[in-house]
Write a protein that binds this ligand. Structure first.
Ligand SMILES: Nc1ncnc2c1ncn2[C@@H]1O[C@H](COP(=O)(O)OP(=O)(O)OP(=O)(O)O)[C@@H](O)[C@H]1O
Ligand SMILES: [Mg+2]
Length: 276
């Protein structure tokens, strides 16, 4: 067995090579989800958890492809499995069966340690319930992933990101001293700051008033446009979902429908055509 630091370096090299291959193969021109190397691929994914009440089949044969640089909105009734799907895409929950490839990497092949590095380097997540670190200030919460990623000026970048979401005057507040909407904006700033290849956002405006929600979603779509970030956006807000290239409906653990929003339709039939 390699020494831990050497192992970590090898993992990094390996992940970087795989991801570069994937990005090169997918390119920026193909945003259909049909390319040979989609940014996210889920093939007949099932997830069964055992609870006190017995086994619960949460994902039941879920198929999804998201092309590099594509923005996919996910809608569907409460309890359908949307948040769970995001956890599986990020490797925070392992599928019981089926194939999950994120950024070209088969997540089943990664150990828990590899998965943590993979998330750090590739994925930004805005959790439905924020997942801020309660003992850290807003500024520290946003700076931590930047520091983990070895970015210089982590605190300066974190401050700029918090100002961008309107929290420049709340830098030293702890999560418990912030409103729900303010905590949500810290979570967004944290995810935006690392400029991830893949951004998974779970009801990111659920706690925000209309104007604030629109302002932070403008930031999210700016990032998507500017950096070619692949975006999976869960939202019950039809206006927000309609800003994506494609909207899929997730019901009872499966993708059961797909729609191309009006603004995306004039891109031609090859665009936005496919979740399996
Ligand atoms: N750890 C768990 N053990 C058992 N069942 C679970 C567990 N986590 C989630 N579930 C169940 O899985 C189903 C899907 O949950 P999930 O949170 O993915 O739904 P959702 O589509 O995100 O809903 P919402 O729109 O309300 O956020 C729900 O019925 C939930 O009760
Ligand atoms: Mg949810």
């Amino acid at each position: 067995m390699n020494a831990p630091d050497k192992m970590s370096k090898n993992i990094h090299t390996n992940l970087a090579e795989k991801a570069t291959d994937s990005m090169t193969a997918s390119g920026t021109a193909d945003k259909t989800g049909d390319s040979a190397d989609p940014s996210i691929l889920m093939d007949d994914v099932r997830l069964t958890l055992t609870s006190a009440a017995g086994e619960v089949n949460i994902l039941r044969g879920l198929d999804l492809r998201v092309a590099a640089g594509e923005a996919v909105g996910v809608v569907g009734a409460s309890g359908g499995g949307k948040s769970t799907m995001i956890m599986v895409i990020a490797g925070l929950e392992r599928a019981t069966s089926g194939i999950v490839k994120t950024a070209g990497i088969d997540l089943a092949s990664l150990s828990e340690d590899d998965l943590a590095l993979f998330r750090r380097d590739r994925i930004g997540i805005v959790f439905q319930d924020f997942h801020l670190i309660p003992t850290m200030t807003a500024l520290e919460n946003v700076a931590v992933p930047l520091e983990f990623a070895g970015k210089p000026d982590a605190f300066a970048t974190a401050e700029v990101q918090l100002e961008a979401v309107g929290l420049g005057r709340r830098l030293t507040h702890y999560p418990g001293q912030l409103s729900g909407g303010e905590q949500q904006r810290v979570a967004l700033a944290r995810a935006f700051a690392v400029e991830p290849a893949i951004l998974l956002a779970d009801e990111p405006t659920g706690n925000l008033d209309g104007a604030t929600g629109k302002a932070v979603m403008d930031l999210l779509f700016d990032l998507h446009d500017r950096s070619g970030t692949t975006l999976v956006l869960i939202s019950h807000n039809p206006t927000l979902a309609a800003r994506c290239d494609r909207i899929v409906t997730l019901t009872d653990g499966r993708i059961v429908g797909e729609e191309i929003p009006v603004h995306a339709r004039d891109r031609g039939p090859e665009q936005g055509a496919a979740s399996a």
